[in-house]
Design a binder for this molecule. Structure first.
Ligand code: HAM
Length: 417
């Protein structure tokens, strides 16, 4: 038996990276006032139909949709923004004067064609901010993202920014696009021909170079922005500049989900091949209302953990080994040492040993292979005197140490005995 196409097991070397990223994220975003929300993995299908948009690829082609035994129409979540909005409405989480900041992490499901960096079960970490249309929210939430990403020291990352307008100015642009593209219909790929009728904005980010060559002289959406939306975009840009956050305005950036209004952005990597987006997000001021809530502006983004982990794997420090690897002359000395080993672990020291207690040489080899910081050798003398010969694996310095001093020695990283 094997994993289903498009899914994969995350093995310990993968989960180590995922855990590091997630732990850093929980800590980092908590400082900005984000609190975690967990919603179910599956929801009523209608949530995603209404939330993400009937004509998006996600809804038309990619949903894991099924009838449960109670004949309910259910879908495995392809993303979390719609679910979080559902929860905000259901539990009335945002009062009139409130700003609510939520964060989440977990698996998402999309029936996409699998390729490097694209899975049918993948993982996102994301944040959503509800209750303000102030461009400062866009700026501070992008800043939070960029200062989270910076310590990973990834080269070749670029922040792409655009505004997709809203119901006040976008219809005129869509009309312009439909008219102009209709006259070139035959020159475009069959997907784009469909998009002209169903979701014309998406023609702009068609990956086919032939289509792109026919889009060169199209007017950008910025020519159609209302004064309010232009002001919003300019405030976001000047806020980012004030914070020294580099970005590139990309007038062709449109997102794969219909709910965006005004700011849309992506972080793209030159090191990821075709699936270059590490994360994406933007403002979605109408979604809560579309889903039956009150009029409530919102902003958020989601980071692809699979893609971030894959980029970081080249630069991440290796997983640290145990603090202490114990080496025994005889198996029964391990048995008698067990209460002491348990006390070390309670004191916060990570301890490993070879349960089979093979030759000294093979135990020492294993201490090296496991990248232990210290080796603790228990030969006849150490067993009799209840001591341990403690060896610093980096400096090779070795001294006899009372067992009761071992935890403190390891924590102080020196041998006082
Ligand atoms: P999205 O652009 O569809 O946005 O997904 C965000 C990120 O998830 C992508 O940039 C990518 O890194 C990762 N991702 C998406 N699909 C896959 C896949 N099949 N395999 C691996 N990684 C993938 C959203 O999902 C929005 N909910 C983001 C958002 C939150 N907007 C506002 N708030």
């Amino acid at each position: 038996m094997k994993t289903v196409k498009g899914t994969r097991d995350l093995l310990p070397e993968d989960t180590y990276l995922f855990q590091q990223i997630e732990q850093r994220a929980w800590d980092h975003f908590a400082k900005y006032g984000f609190r975690e929300i967990r919603t179910p993995i599956f929801e009523e299908t209608s949530l995603f139909l209404r939330g993400i948009g009937d004509d998006t690829d996600i809804v038309t082609k990619e949903m894991y949709r099924f009838k449960d035994k109670g004949e309910r129409d259910i879908t495995l979540r392809p993303e979390l923004t719609a679910s979080v909005c559902r929860a905000v409405i259901q539990h009335n989480l945002v009062g009139a004067e409130d700003i609510l900041r939520l964060m989440y992490s977990g698996p998402m499901f999309r029936y996409e064609r699998p390729q490097a960096g694209r899975y049918r079960q993948f993982y996102q970490f994301g944040v959503e901010v509800f209750g303000s249309q102030d461009p400062l929210v866009d700026v501070e939430t992008i800043e939070a993202l960029m200062s989270f990403i910076a310590p990973f020291k990834l080269p070749n990352l670029e922040l792409m920014l655009n505004s997709v307008g809203d119901e006040t100015d976008r219809p005129a642009y869509l009309k312009y696009l439909r008219q102009t593209l209709n006259s070139k219909r035959e020159l475009l790929c069959s997907d784009c021909q469909n998009r002209i009728d169903n979701n014309v904005l998406r023609v702009l980010d068609c990956k086919q170079s032939n289509c792109q060559s026919h889009l060169q002289d199209l007017q950008p959406i910025s020519d159609f922005w209302s004064k309010e939306n232009r002001d919003h975009f300019e405030s976001v840009c000047s806020g980012l500049k004030r914070l020294d956050i580099p970005f590139k305005i990309n007038p062709r950036l449109v997102r794969g989900l219909d709910y965006y209004t005004k700011t849309a952005f992506e972080l793209v990597s030159g090191d990821l091949g075709a699936q270059s987006a590490v994360m994406g997000g933007g403002r979605y001021d109408r979604l809560i209302e579309t889903l039956g809530g009150k009029d409530m502006p919102a902003f958020g983004w989601a980071l692809g953990l699979d893609r971030l982990a894959s980029l970081w794997s080249t630069y991440a420090d290796p997983e640290p080994g145990p603090d202490l690897f114990l080496i025994f002359g005889q198996r029964q000395w391990l048995d008698t040492a067990l209460p002491w080993i348990a006390s070390l672990r309670r004191a916060g020291v990570s301890v490993a040993y070879d349960i089979r207690v093979r030759s000294f040489k093979s135990q020492m080899k294993r201490a090296n292979r496991e990248n232990a910081s210290w080796a603790g050798i228990i030969g006849e003398d150490e067993h009799d005197q209840q001591t341990v010969a403690l060896k610093n694996m980096q400096s090779s310095e070795q001294k006899s140490c009372k067992r009761s001093d071992v935890a403190a020695t390891i924590k102080n990283k020196e041998i006082p005995c």
